[in-house]
Design a binder for this molecule. Structure first.
Ligand SMILES: Cc1cc2nc3c(=O)[nH]c(=O)nc-3n(C[C@H](O)[C@H](O)[C@H](O)COP(=O)(O)OP(=O)(O)OC[C@H]3O[C@@H](n4cnc5c(N)ncnc54)[C@H](O)[C@@H]3O)c2cc1C
Ligand code: SF4
Length: 335
């Protein structure tokens, strides 16, 4: 591992100033992803600014809205009783990832910013456009079974690995960012950027900007939500595909609102907006689900090894929508 300087920040201002203007300095949160990448030589910062002691571990609830501090641990968020009651999809997504020990260290912001698990990205002896811009993408002709089918480019087909981000996408979450010059808020949907010809640029975050918190708007009365992850092993496995869904039915048994986000298929949490539009206002049926999901997946560009993901994500989503459109009642949001 390359030697690096270390500084523990005592305030948000101090942290931001220590990183802004220093391109080789990065924030250290729980360290569960960054330190691994430093050991592999994938990440080679000159200095780390430790933000783990900043007062950013808040979890507040008001009128159905929830605000989660950037340093709230994955364990704290998943176990929070209000989140479990109001946003079960979020709690389930976190518990479907990593291990208890990791979730005790892993932070909310670090989870959203964790790097792809593409094996070529993690292997510095191989070319990779994301790690070394312009060097090539061996995944397209090599091992791409776990990689993306939607929103990918010829430069990169890597997936964003965060389970939590998928649930937060279905929950219409916003992300608050703090820089040396001010604050801004962006929708999670707009936070991740498409790879295009610059896959090394993954989010709208500018160097030195600090995520301070994420905000979840209240769900409509009667909303039900769930997360389903398909993985190769029961634990320590990232998603082959995953589905987060939020459904609201109207008084006539029609789908008033369906929000669907997919993980394991794209360089960002993939919001299935075309499918959502097809579902709105209709009574649930297998034919409706098939039609709506096909409309979304028409835009998939799979490669030979990951073609199976098209039917897999369709079928898992249809199953989840079937369950949510006929809920047992115990997952409904009530206020
Ligand atoms: C064995 C193993 C299995 C795992 N399985 C899963 C899984 O199934 N699903 C899943 O979703 N995750 C999984 N993870 C990933 C784990 O959830 C992440 O490592 C963790 O969430 C990262 O959080 P952290 O606080 O440790 O981030 P760090 O490693 O400290 O940071 C990650 C990145 O975020 C940046 N950063 C951190 N905080 C901020 C901030 N506030 N503002 C700006 N930048 C910031 C850092 O500079 C760094 O680039 C697994 C990890 C391991 C090691
Ligand atoms: S898919 Fe992306 S991360 Fe993987 S090798 Fe290609 S460029 Fe690198």
């Amino acid at each position: 591992m390359k030697p690096f300087a270390y500084q523990r920040a005592t305030s948000v201002d101090e942290a931001v100033l220590a990183v802004a203007g220093h391109p080789e300095t990065v924030y250290l949160a729980g360290g569960t992803n960054l330190v691994d990448l430093m050991k592999l030589g994938v990440s080679r910062p000159q200095a780390l600014v430790d933000i783990s002691r900043l007062p950013l571990d808040h979890l507040t609830h008001q009128d159905g809205h929830t605000v989660i501090g950037a340093m709230a641990t994955n364990a704290a968020v998943a176990g929070d009783p209000v989140i479990r009651a109001n946003f079960p999809v979020l709690s389930e997504s976190i518990l479907a990832g990593a291990s208890g020990q990791l979730r005790n260290s892993a932070s909310t912001a670090g989870n959203l910013l964790q790097k792809t698990r593409c094996a070529y990205f993690q292997d510095v002896s191989k070319p990779c456009n994301k790690r070394a811009p312009g060097s090539g993408c061996p995944a397209r002709a090599g091992a791409h079974r776990d990689l993306g089918i939607l929103g990918v480019s010829t430069s990169c087909i890597a997936t964003q690995p965060s389970d939590m981000a998928v649930a937060l996408s279905a929950l219409d979450t916003t992300v608050s960012l703090r820089s040396a010059t001010g604050e801004r808020t962006v929708k999670l949907q707009d936070f991740y950027v498409a790879p295009g010809t610059t896959p090394h640029r993954e989010t709208v975050l500018e160097h030195g900007e600090l995520i301070t918190q994420v905000a979840l708007p209240a769900l409509p009365e009667g909303a039900v939500s769930r997360y389903h992850k398909v993985r190769d092993r029961w634990s320590y496995a990232f998603a082959v595909i995953s589905v987060a869904a939020v459904v609201v039915m109207d008084a006539h048994g029609r789908i008033e609102q369906a929000r669907i986000a997919w993980g394991g298929v794209a360089p960002r949490p993939w919001r299935a907006l075309l499918a959502e539009a097809e579902l709105r206002g209709h009574k649930p049926s297998p034919e409706l689900f098939e039609r709506a999901l096909r409309a979304e997946l028409r835009h998939a560009t799979p490669l030979p090894q990951n073609e199976f993901k098209v039917d897999l994500v369709k079928d898992v989503t249809a199953g989840l929508l079937t369950d949510l459109a006929h809920p047992a009642g115990d997952r409904k949001v009530t206020r």
